[in-house]
Write a protein of this length. Structure first.
Length: 178
């Protein structure tokens, strides 16, 4: 058991202490000094409590923001599967209703991701950035060096934080002998 009184009796205890000191010493100046000391303690305690509350709110907001991180990351390969499946559809069959249905499912998946702040990273004609992209190959091209010429796998961000790097092929400028 601790010697600290319960919180609800602390103001009463402080008042009793101050009155006891006044009765013992009769020194009003010492009493005023105690009052100022207790007031400063109360101000500091209030500030500490507000700081703790603000930090807790920030932590909770961050937790809410990234609570679905794992699930959303696991949905990202579905985008690749839809991309691959729809890219393999022969052009003479692209207007068939079942292909349109698959496109609608893909669009709905992308809407779910967007509604949860998952964004597909743009890669076409961008400069390679190792913070966003993973180079899986180089190809000789007339594009400037380090320019992305093809996306192999889409990259995604969640609230601006990379959750999957885009896998890309980058340009390698061909040197000519003159």
């Amino acid at each position: 058991m601790t010697d600290t009184p319960p919180k609800e009796t602390l103001p009463d205890q402080l008042q009793d202490e101050a009155l006891d000191q006044l009765e013992e010493t009769g020194d009003e100046e010492a009493l005023l000094q105690k009052i100022v000391e207790y007031k400063n303690l109360a101000v500091r305690a209030t500030a500490d409590y507000r700081n703790l509350q603000r930090e807790s709110d920030q932590r909770m907001q961050t937790m809410r923001q990234f609570a679905n991180d794992q699930l959303l990351t696991e949905l990202c390969p579905l985008v690749d599967y839809f991309d691959s499946a729809l890219a393999a559809v022969p052009s003479d069959q692209a207007d068939q209703s079942w292909i349109q249905g698959v496109r609608h499912i893909q669009d709905y998946l992308m809407k779910i991701l967007k509604d949860n702040n998952v964004e597909r990273m743009p890669t076409a004609a961008q400069l390679f950035d190792p913070n966003l992209h993973e180079a899986v190959g180089e190809e000789v091209s007339d594009q400037p060096d380090q320019t992305i010429i093809r996306e192999v796998q889409a990259g995604f961000t969640l609230h601006g934080k990379v959750i999957r790097h885009a896998k890309v092929i980058i340009a390698k400028h061909q040197l000519t002998n003159q």
